[in-house]
Write a protein that binds this ligand. Sequence first.
Ligand SMILES: [Zn+2]
Length: 92
Amino acid sequence: MPNKNHSGAAHSAQTGRFPRPCPECGKEELYPAAIAYDAEARHDGRRYAFHIPALQVNQCRACGEVLFSNATGDQISQALREHVGLLAPQHH
Ligand SMILES: [Zn+2]
């Protein structure tokens, strides 16, 4: 298909309508899924590694491609904040 994705957010990228077409294999087999995920993120110049037992993603049932949604990014940021918060509680 010549219809390439632009780098902007797609208009149809909203939760609630599944399955969606998979950008990898093109089949309409993209469903919400929760996966165990070992995340790594930088914060304050340090690198943190933490485990998320049930990360909300979209996964293709045909080819197995895992796609992060906006909710996935939010969940990772929140998990990072909690992880950092546990390591170094805020002084106040
Ligand atoms: Zn696929």
